[in-house]
Ligand binder design. Structure first.
Ligand SMILES: *Cc1c(COP(=O)(O)O)cnc(C)c1O
Length: 381
């Protein structure tokens, strides 16, 4: 099997599993317990916050554990809307956000929010001038993702954060694709809220965090007990949190090497596809993109059929994103780039890990070439 869907999820690293195990078997105490066993869990949670805070240049008490990226995005947007709605109802985001942000914005529109969806250029970079112009006295939140999950384009977050800061508007970034892949300087980018998810960087699924800066007013999201300083109730997912911490340590340890390797493989795969398969096009920015992201469209080829044929050859790839696979609609991200629907329907996303090899890339190109030819032939008969 050749696994090329690391933007959807990654393999849990063995050292992550190993770090988690004692928190099922030995240290199973409730972190709220006053006995020693509970204290072990509590200490583990505190340690994890310290580890994560250090990677971002923030304080441990600004890290709040959640059940993943989707929850973090929901919390950031819904709670910011609630906290700032006396000031205004205007939210600015982009057209290429993950559905965890877009669907939440649609929900908030039903509650009375006015949402501006910023355009992107042909490579998927947000229109910063349009952002500046969209800001008004009633703007209460700017939410722009750090790196896109479909096309891998990395946004000018420092510039966007600077604008938000100058206007005194809280800035949220969905950094689920970025955190654990590349370094993030939270204070330097004036980020007030940041979402991340463990399973995107070899941690366990179902655990993530929301960074909430001291200066950002955000209320509780889940009501109940006093966990997470009363803002996110529910018995902590201690093993998950410990696993995510182990994944953070691993990710930062191998980051430079992993990125160098993936960038090389990525560019090799892109080159071979563009030069070897006629009617192929790269989607997303050629260099301002995540090290492991390849997104290509093939003219007159629907990704659905190509993905099934790839799967029969043991190659796991995806269409737009994991969430849109299965739907026949072309991806909202690719449409926002200005790609005609017939090209957008033929997009294939292949996202690499440090385990992939050059010979796997050769196999993929070889199979892909055959598959694309087959599909085109079937269409013409
Ligand atoms: C995967 C992903 C999410 C959702 O994270 P989960 O932990 O799976 O809920 C949100 N935003 C982006 C950009 C993602 O890639």
């Amino acid at each position: 099997m050749i696994y090329l869907d690391n933007a959807a999820t990654t393999k849990t690293a063995p050292e992550v599993v190993e770090a988690m195990l004692p928190y099922f078997t030995e240290y199973y105490g409730n972190a709220g317990g006053i006995y020693k066993l509970g204290n072990e869990s509590k200490k583990a949670i505190v340690r994890a916050k310290e580890t994560i805070a250090e990677t971002l240049g923030v304080e441990p008490n600004e890290i709040f554990f959640t059940a993943g990226g989707t929850e973090s995005d929901n919390w950031a947007l819904k709670a910011a809307y609630e906290a700032y709605k006396e000031k205004g109802n205007h939210i600015i985001t982009s057209k290429i956000e993950h559905h965890a942000v877009l669907r939440t914005c649609e929900y908030l529109e039903k509650q009375g929010a006015r949402v501006t969806y910023l355009d992107v250029d042909k490579d998927g970079i947000v229109d910063v001038e349009q952002l500046e112009k969209a800001i008004g006295p009633d703007t209460i939140l700017i939410s722009v993702m750090y790196a896109n999950n479909e096309i891998g384009t990395i946004q000018p977050i420092q510039e966007i954060g600077g604008i938000a800061d100058r206007h005194g508007i809280p800035f949220h970034t969905d950094a689920v694709q970025m955190y654990g892949q590349m370094p993030i300087d939270v204070p330097g980018c004036h980020i007030g809220l940041l979402s991340a998810s463990g399973h995107k960087f070899n941690g366990p699924k179902g655990v993530g965090f929301l960074y909430i800066s001291r200066n950002t007013r955000l209320r509780s999201f889940i009501h109940g007990g006093q966990q997470e300083r009363g803002r996110r109730a529910g018995t902590e997912n201690v093993a998950g949190i410990v696993g995510m911490e182990a994944a953070v340590k691993r990710a930062y340890r191998i980051m430079d090497q992993k990125n160098a390797r993936e960038t090389q493989l990525r560019d090799y795969l892109i080159d071979r596809i563009l030069s070897g398969i006629p009617g192929a096009k790269l989607n997303g920015h050629p260099v301002k993109r995540l090290p492991g992201n390849v997104n290509v469209s093939f003219e007159s080829v629907e990704s659905e059929s190509a993905l099934i044929m790839l799967d029969m050859k043991g190659i796991c790839a995806s269409g737009g994103s994991a969430c849109t696979t299965g739907a026949l609609d072309p991806s909202h991200v690719l449409l926002a780039l200005g790609l005609p629907p017939e090209w957008a329907r033929g997009a294939l996303r292949m996202t690499l890990s440090e385990d992939n090899t050059k010979s796997e890339m050769d196999t993929v190109v070889c199979e892909l070439k055959r598959i694309v030819e087959n599909i085109r032939q079937m269409r013409t008969v």
